[in-house]
Design a protein around this ligand. Structure first.
Ligand code: SF4
Length: 370
């Protein structure tokens, strides 16, 4: 028998990393540690005796400024007293990619837009995003607005329904899950609720300050860069998952567009250079999103936009001038090269060869640059 010691760090890491590991390892009869209020997320109800030391150490929830000190040792001691013959296991990064945890989903609660405000008791760049302004604008459009998450983070936001009003006593998760499952669209930051939305395949928009931040590390607190995890949400979510950048006006426009989106499976390459009107069954004002595991192509009447998710820090280095010239020479002697507009007929994009050959990410679709 195993005892899974509780995870006491950030909620986002619980959803994205710890739960998939627990669900992959859990056998009937194993004991699960975790917040009992989050019971629906686990394969078995978390044992409250294992959570009591965490609750005592972090009474207002996880706070990175409070050092864990000997918390894990205390949890091990509690577990050893209660189940002396059990294997005690705690999550640690192991480089594995576990499948999505098959949590039990409750009855959906239908709403138009679910907002997931986030604010922490410590200085954090995600605090203070003007959620109330966005909520008001959504309601002015006639959309029914739901709030996911906790009362403490969202009490001031105007809405039609709140997750905590849908919870039963002793449960702080079912209300949020019901809203996520019933939403036409979920709007969150790069946060635990964002990961939860991707877990339940809720169509979602994830808000970042500016384009590219979803693929970078962003300084959130104490000058430490924190890697954004949009790629993980995009990989999990089998429906719509797009980033939005800016403040309430920009995000409102992104919501409006996402509400009109139809998602189709890739491959993206076949659609890059084509117009919406080529998509069977397309009628205005619909937009089309073609998705692959790590990218989406957004097709709009005024042009196509590819959303890549791979981390910018994982990109290969820029080619040297000699390498760029070597590529250009290959293109100029290639049957697919169109000298008139300096473009590759195979690439299906608007970039000229002079740009493509200097790009860190561009590839020759024929594999001739290798
Ligand atoms: S990118 Fe490749 S296929 Fe296109 S013109 Fe250059 S060599 Fe030819």
């Amino acid at each position: 028998m195993k005892v899974f010691l509780p995870w006491f760090g950030h909620f986002g890491d619980l959803i994205r990393d710890v739960l998939p590991w627990i669900w992959a390892q859990h056998q009937p009869g194993d004991i699960v540690g975790g917040n009992p209020l989050h019971g629906p997320l686990y394969p078995a109800p978390p044992d409250p005796r294992l959570w009591a030391p965490v609750q005592a150490h972090y009474p207002a929830g996880y706070d990175y400024r409070i050092r864990p000190d000997a918390l894990e040792e205390r949890l091990r001691a509690v577990a050893q007293d209660l189940w002396p013959r059990a294997d005690l296991v705690a999550w640690a990064p192991d480089g594995e990619r576990y499948p999505k945890p098959p949590i039990r989903l409750p009855e959906p609660y239908p709403v138009d837009v679910v907002l997931a405000p986030r604010s922490k008791p410590y200085e954090d760049a995600k605090n203070g995003w003007p959620w109330a302004d966005l909520a008001r604008s959504c309601r002015e459009r006639g959309w029914i607005v739901g709030l996911a998450g906790s009362w403490a983070e969202s009490a001031e936001i105007p809405a039609d329904v709140a997750a905590w009003d849908l919870d039963q006593a002793g449960d702080a998760m079912t209300g949020t899950l019901r809203l996520l499952c019933g939403a036409r669209l979920v709007v969150s930051l790069d946060s635990g609720i964002g990961h939860l939305a991707s877990l339940v395949d809720a169509p979602q928009v994830v808000v970042y300050p500016q384009r590219g931040d979803e693929r970078r590390s962003v300084v959130l607190r104490d000058g430490h860069p924190v890697a954004m995890r949009f790629a993980d949400m995009h990989r999990w979510n089998q429906r719509l998952c797009l980033p939005a950048w800016g403040g309430p006006d920009e995000v409102l426009a992104a919501i409006d567009e996402a509400m009109r989106a139809r998602v189709l499976p890739g491959p993206i390459d076949a659609w890059k250079g084509r117009h919406l009107a080529d998509v069977p069954g397309w009628t205005a004002p619909e937009i089309i999103v073609i998705r692959e595991t790590d990218s989406s192509l957004v097709m709009r009447p005024n042009g196509n936009d590819i959303i890549e998710t791979v981390s910018l820090t994982d990109l290969p280095p820029a080619p040297s001038p000699e390498e760029a010239e070597r590529r250009a020479d290959l293109c100029r002697t290639c049957q697919h090269y169109r000298a008139g507009n300096d473009q590759c007929a195979m690439c299906g994009c608007a970039f000229v060869v002079a740009e493509r050959t200097r790009s860190r990410v561009a590839r020759c679709p024929e594999g001739r640059w290798i």
